[in-house]
Design a protein around this ligand. Structure first.
Ligand SMILES: Cc1cc2nc3c(=O)[nH]c(=O)nc-3n(C[C@H](O)[C@H](O)[C@H](O)COP(=O)(O)O)c2cc1C
Length: 169
């Protein structure tokens, strides 16, 4: 059996972005910070994130049948902390707009994906939440993403300006 601490250390060496996944709850937006987000398929457009089985907000995603993936920028560490702290009221003080699916989307996020819940797959102590992208947008061109590495928030260091579009080729 793998040594859990060592496994965490190794997995932490894989640098990721940080997203806030959000859903419409009975009393307003709910969600959690996640770095398990990844793209799965372009055609059809599918993405996933993993949520711990014991998460108190997990059921909200199933009940809503839709969720938003809000990609955070480097100035949004506080938003990430807000969505990961053990509080009932995680979405307080933030501005949302409603996506096509009805999911709440953070107005200030770098980019968003508005998803319908496609499938939930049990995987060990987590649930893989697979979503079909119904709408998506880069909201703020030129901003840099928030990154997570080795258990810490970090930033991209590059002299290059952030490309507005995909490089050709
Ligand atoms: C950078 C970062 C990434 C995280 N990624 C995940 C994740 O992918 N899946 C998950 O279930 N929790 C993740 N968490 C923990 C959740 O944000 C949150 O703390 C947890 O859901 C709290 O439990 P609750 O949902 O019961 O309130 C992450 C936390 C941080 C700070």
């Amino acid at each position: 059996m793998a040594d859990t601490r060592c496994l965490r250390d190794v997995l932490g060496r894989f640098v990721t972005g940080v997203v806030a996944v959000t859903a419409a709850g009975p009393d307003g937006p709910v969600g959690l910070t996640a770095n398990s987000f990844t793209s799965v398929s372009l055609n059809p457009p599918l993405v996933l994130f993993c949520v711990h089985r014991s998460s108190r907000v997990r059921q909200a995603f199933a009940q809503a049948g839709a969720f938003g993936v809000n990609i955070l920028d480097e100035s949004q560490e506080a938003v990430s902390r807000q969505f990961s702290r053990p509080a009932e009221e995680r979405a307080g003080g933030l501005t949302f707009h409603r996506g096509q699916t009805g999911a709440p989307l953070l107005t200030d996020a770098l980019a968003y994906l508005d998803c319908e819940l496609e499938e939930q797959i049990e995987a060990g102590d987590h649930i893989i939440v697979l979503g079909r992208v119904r709408d998506h947008e880069v909201q703020w061109e030129g901003r840099r993403p928030l990154a997570f590495f080795s258990g810490r928030y970090t930033r991209l260091h590059t002299e290059e300006p952030v490309p507005a579009n995909r490089p050709a080729g």
